[in-house]
Design a protein around this ligand. Structure first.
Ligand code: C5P
Length: 316
C-alpha cells in the first residue's frame, strides 16, 4: 500500500510514518515534599523532578486494532491488557483527538516495575508522543501533558523531562531554570517493588504518631544548590519525605543507603516511593567506582550508573 503524500512545508501535512520509536527516561525526585492528604485521596506535593538516563522504549506501528507486546524488565509480570497505562494512554489520546485507537505497540523495558522511578508513567508519556506522531494528531507537548495529567501524577513531567518543579499532586510542572550541568548518579535497584499508595499511607500513619518525621522545608535550598553546580552542595540539599515511610515498610533500605555511604557516595536517598535508592557522585569516574563498590556490597539486585538531566519522551 502506498501512503498519500501532500507536498507542503506544514508539519501536519507530512506523510504519516508507518512506525515511530520513542525513548523515555526514568525520573528521580531531588526534593520530594509531601503535604497533607487532600479530599481526592492525593497528597499536595512540592517536588523537584529530575530525568535520568535509564530508558524505556515504546514503538508504535500501524495496526487494525490496539495491541501491546513487551520485552525486558517485568515481562511476564506486567499485565498487557486494558489496565496497562500504555493502552490507557493510547485510548486517551485517540479520544481527545477523535481518531481510531489503532496501533501495534511494543515496549522495551529497562526501568524496573514499582521501583519509585516512574517507569509506568514514563511508558504512558512515550505512548502519547509515539501515537501522536503515528496518527498525525500533532497535539504538541503542552496538550499531551494535559492528557498525561489524567493518566498519573508523574506523566506530564515525563513528556517534558529535564529538571522541573512539580506542584499540585505532581502533575503541574514548570521547568527549573538552571545553567546546564550534568549530575552523575548511581542507581541501586532492589528485588521486588513497593506500592506507591502503601508508602503514602505509611507516611500518613507515621505522621499521626507522636514522633512522626518532620516534613521537609520548601524546595528553595535545592533550587539554589542546582544553580551552584557543586555536587557537594547538591548532596546536602537532597531530601525525600517518603523515605522514612519506604524504610519503615522495607527496613533493608537503610542498609542499602548505608552501603552507599560507606562506598563514598556524596549522598544517597530513596527514589520517590522506593525501593530504588539513588546516590550522587562527584563525576562519571566516581560514579563508576561507587557502582562497583555497591555491587560488591551485594545489597541490591542490580546497580546502574546514570546521568541527568535528560530530555523527556522523544522520537529516536
Ligand atoms: O498519580 P499516580 O497514579 O501515580 O498515583 C498513585 C497513587 O499514589 C495514588 O493513588 C495515591 O495513593 C498516591 N499519591 C498521593 N499523592 C500524590 C501522588 C500519588 O497520595 N501527589
Amino acid at each position: 500500500m502506498t501512503e498519500a503524500w501532500w507536498p507542503d512545508d506544514d508539519d501536519t501535512d507530512r506523510p504519516l510514518p508507518s512506525s515511530v520509536r520513542v525513548r523515555v527516561p526514568a525520573k528521580i525526585n531531588l526534593h520530594l515534599g509531601v503535604g497533607p492528604l487532600r479530599a481526592d485521596g492525593f497528597h499536595e506535593l512540592r517536588t523537584i523532578y529530575h530525568a535520568i538516563s535509564l530508558y524505556d522504549e515504546v514503538t508504535a506501528r500501524r495496526g487494525d486494532t490496539l495491541t501491546l507486546t513487551m520485552e525486558g524488565e517485568g515481562a511476564g509480570d506486567l499485565a498487557l491488557d486494558e489496565s496497562n497505562l500504555i493502552i490507557r494512554a493510547a485510548r486517551a489520546l485517540a479520544d481527545t483527538a477523535k481518531v481510531a485507537a489503532h496501533a501495534r505497540l511494543h515496549l522495551r523495558k529497562s526501568i524496573p516495575l514499582a521501583g519509585g522511578l516512574a517507569g509506568g508513567s514514563a511508558d504512558a508519556a512515550a505512548t502519547l508522543v509515539a501515537c501522536d506522531a503515528l496518527w498525525g494528531t500533532n497535539l504538541g507537548r503542552d496538550e499531551l501533558a494535559r492528557i498525561a495529567a489524567d493518566l498519573g501524577s508523574d506523566v506530564p513531567f515525563l513528556v517534558h523531562g529535564g529538571t522541573a518543579l512539580g506542584t499540585g499532586r505532581g502533575e503541574a510542572v514548570s521547568p527549573v531554570l538552571a545553567r546546564a550541568h550534568v549530575w552523575h548518579w548511581v542507581v541501586g535497584i532492589a528485588d521486588g517493588g513497593l506500592s506507591t499508595p502503601d508508602v503514602y499511607r505509611e507516611l500518613d500513619r507515621l505522621r499521626s504518631g507522636p514522633d512522626g518525621p518532620a516534613p521537609l522545608d520548601d524546595a528553595g535550598e535545592l533550587m539554589a544548590a542546582l544553580r551552584q553546580r557543586d555536587p557537594a552542595v547538591l548532596a546536602a540539599a537532597l531530601g525525600n519525605d517518603l523515605q522514612a515511610a519506604a524504610i519503615s515498610l522495607r527496613p533493608a533500605l537503610a542498609e542499602v543507603l548505608e552501603a552507599g555511604r560507606v562506598a563514598g557516595a556524596l549522598a544517597g536517598l530513596v527514589s520517590g516511593s522506593g525501593p530504588t535508592c539513588v546516590f550522587l557522585a562527584a563525576g562519571a569516574e566516581d560514579a563508576a567506582r561507587l557502582a562497583a563498590e555497591l555491587e560488591k556490597a551485594g545489597v541490591c539486585r542490580e546497580v546502574r550508573v546514570a546521568h541527568g538531566p535528560v530530555l523527556g519522551a522523544r522520537s529516536v
